[in-house]
Design a protein around this ligand. Sequence first.
Ligand SMILES: C[S@@+](CC[C@H](N)C(=O)[O-])C[C@H]1O[C@@H](n2cnc3c(N)ncnc32)[C@H](O)[C@@H]1O
Length: 311
Amino acid sequence: MNNNRIHLTPRDFEVVFQDNLSEFVKKKIKHFNFLAQMVSVQDRDKILLKIIKTLLDPQVAKAGRHRQLQWEKGWAENLKALKSHKIESIIPLYFGKYNVVRWRQEFLRPRSSNFEYNMLAVIQYWLFDKYLRSAECIYEFGCGTGHNLLRVREINPKAQIWGLDWTHSSQEIIKMISADKNDSRLFADNFDFSNPDKNFSLNKKSVVYTVAALEQLGDNFQPFIDFLLEKKPEICLHIEPIAELLNEENLVDYLSILYFKKRNYLSGFLLKLRELKEAGKIKIHMAKRTFIGSLYIEGYSVVVWSPVFKT
Ligand SMILES: C[S@@+](CC[C@H](N)C(=O)[O-])C[C@H]1O[C@@H](n2cnc3c(N)ncnc32)[C@H](O)[C@@H]1O
């Protein structure tokens, strides 16, 4: 048996999440059969070099409003593939692109299929299991193709589920999924984080979540926070890149922080939430890194908070 082989167990995820997992989540982890290889010293150098070259590459695109058309075109491709009756085509192509993942501040080479995608799925199952089971309405903002919504439906068969995004292809894809799955409680609407529609109302007992979507906003998250403070969902849950939770003194983390800056990814969001907490406007239930990521970033930190209801 090669001792550089890794087989991730439910216990490994409990350690990084610092939480006990339900039997439901443990079963998912076992089913995913996470097999990987630790990287050699030479391979680690190769990976670090690739990251550094990318960080120094002036051509790397920054996230922001100017990218709306690219998102629209990208999801239109997924829509086209979906029309050819391939439900897997709602999974974005950027997962697993480099066959390297981050795990506990190191790199691994996956040996089982969909490793990176399934690691993100475990984070979602953990959080959805904890916070979404009894919600009556669930909204994913910046949902893209809506593939995360299928996991929400697995956890909560009854809730009204909404997928929102500023691209129109997103709504078309979700309408197709809802017809395909015969799910009359799955809805879609257009929504722009930078200019939230004040008339879009959130129902009672609702949970709002985002996955790698606030990521795209840089420091332009205030309009969305204001929207949430006004609409007062019960829980707001984010799986996003959060530099505040990484360790600048660790090389692997530091490169991730530099990449966040390079791409103009989410910045200052947790600091803002902490200010709101100090001002008594919100409660923060969880702010944790997951020690899980892709080649360039640890992009799946978790923040869970609620607006404070004043009576
Ligand atoms: C990296 S993708 C993530 C999509 C989805 N949450 C997922 O996990 O697959 C980022 C998403 O944010 C959306 N987005 C970017 N800026 C936005 C904005 N200002 N308003 C609404 N959606 C936005 C994009 O269209 C895209 O669907």
